[in-house]
Design a protein around this ligand. Structure first.
Ligand SMILES: Cc1cc2nc3c(=O)[nH]c(=O)nc-3n(C[C@H](O)[C@H](O)[C@H](O)COP(=O)(O)OP(=O)(O)OC[C@H]3O[C@@H](n4cnc5c(N)ncnc54)[C@H](O)[C@@H]3O)c2cc1C
Length: 395
């Protein structure tokens, strides 16, 4: 059976697919989103941290990743920095959130729960970490603020934080949202602008005729289209392969612990070399997250959960007496250089990537979606997509 054609089919309805659908639909493009929620969908698992500089300099999830990679449990792992071009991309995407929150709420009635606290506060637990942070602070260009706090200043800002620290590194303006509400708001905004959804359907195959994409197959049904947008999260590489395209997206598992709801305990988003913590709107504290290369395994492990709980209690001792409400794991769409993969692919007309959000896919979603839509309709993108094209992996 062949259904009536559409301008664009978006394969994957996580935050990135929904955001892209809205950006296209509001430009009067006819969009069909095809999604099946596979176990481990990243958007539902995410912490919702908007930590553009924190992640770029490695003081968010990156420092945990580095500690895991190097097997360092001393807290002295030196986090790797992301390229400056991507740091600026994240900062620009993050800058749009306050206006976006208002716009999406006006359009859909959905509150994305944008919480602006003091910022992202990295707790320095060793003198070596202090030296690393000083170095990071020196390397930041003008206009970027990283405040070094004494242990006393950390105590004043966050009385619940442990006293055994050498200081804190505060990145103001690094906030959080509810990632599921963000995806839902984008979805409803896309619907308001005329996008259509096929829920609980998988795109089994991207259909090609020579060097052009002509549609998608979902079971027995095919849908003709002018463009296929690959927004399939950790599964984007598998989907691309059905069109003969190599896309190096790999799942990177993140385990998460959520406490029971508590009265306000921490105002900042806190990070250490073993976990990060963010108190959500309804009082639960989210503790994340492991970074593991275990394929599509979405299980949680005793070691992973214990490590997060140990890290959380080490940072905020009062959590020792607090119950756990839920634990889960999600699959980040990881790429070799930790940057997203955006835009068309040479030699395959009509195919477009918006994939590889890895550990910054929530904060990056607004700009990932916008430049993708701009590339499809032929507008000049707000930021150049050249550094994010899939071809970079062929060099
Ligand atoms: C534990 C954890 C914590 C995180 N914390 C943060 C954070 O604090 N800040 C931040 O910015 N980012 C964070 N991230 C990263 C962020 O969540 C992801 O980068 C982002 O959600 C990716 O969104 P996506 O839409 O690309 O993928 P997903 O949300 O995974 O969505 C992809 C969708 O496509 C569907 N799908 C797959 N294949 C097909 C197919 N063939 N046909 C139809 N549908 C298909 C999937 O089932 C899914 O519904 C975190 C991730 C994890 C796992």
């Amino acid at each position: 059976m062949t259904s009536r054609g559409v301008d664009v089919v978006i394969a994957g309805g996580g935050v990135v697919g929904h955001a892209t659908a809205w950006e296209l639909a509001r430009r009067d493009i006819e969009v069909l989103i095809v999604d099946r929620h596979l176990p481990g969908r990243a958007t539902s698992a995410s912490a919702g941290g908007l930590w553009p500089v924190g992640e770029a300099v490695g003081l968010g999830c990156g420092v945990i990743y580095q500690a895991t990679r190097t097997g360092s449990d001393s807290g002295d792992a030196v986090p790797a920095s992301l390229p400056a071009v991507f740091r600026d991309f994240l900062v620009e995407s993050n800058r749009r959130f306050p206006e976006l929150a208002g716009e999406l709420e006006d359009l859909t009635g959905v509150d994305i729960e944008l919480d602006s606290g003091p910022g992202l506060l990295f707790l320095m637990q060793t003198a070596r970490q202090q030296a690393v942070v000083d170095n990071i602070a020196r390397g930041l260009p003008e206009g970027f603020v990283l405040e070094i706090l004494s242990p006393e200043e950390v105590g004043e800002l966050e009385p619940a934080v442990c006293r055994e620290i050498v200081g804190g590194a505060l990145l103001p303006g690094e906030d959080q949202v509810n990632p599921m509400m963000l995806a839902e708001a984008y979805k409803r905004a896309a619907l308001v602008n005329g996008a259509r959804f096929q829920n609980d359907r998988l795109v089994d195959e991207i259909l090609r005729e020579n060097d052009r994409v002509v549609g998608v197959r979902m079971g027995e049904e095919t849908v003709a289209c002018g463009h296929v947008v690959n927004a399939a999260g950790a599964w984007a590489g598998q989907l691309a392969a059905t069109a003969g395209i190599t896309l190096p997206v790999e799942p990177v598992r993140g385990q998460v612990v959520l406490t029971q709801a508590l009265p306000p305990l921490i105002a900042s988003c806190l990070s250490t070399s073993s976990c990060y913590l963010a108190q959500k709107r309804h009082g639960e504290i989210l503790v994340g997250s492991t970074t593991e290369h275990v394929g599509f395994d979405t299980g949680v492990t005793e070691e992973g959960i214990r490590g997060l709980c140990r890290g959380a209690v080490g940072a905020v001792p009062a959590l020792a007496d607090v119950g756990v409400k839920r634990v889960w794991a999600g699959l980040r769409p990881g790429t070799p250089d930790e940057m997203p993969i955006l835009g068309p692919v040479a030699g395959v007309d009509g195919y477009v990537n918006v994939a590889g959000g890895f550990r910054t896919g929530i904060v990056a979603a607004p700009l990932m979606a916008r430049v993708t839509a701009q590339a499809i309709v032929g507008e000049t993108p707000d930021v150049a997509i050249a550094p994010y094209r899939a071809e970079r992996f062929e060099e």
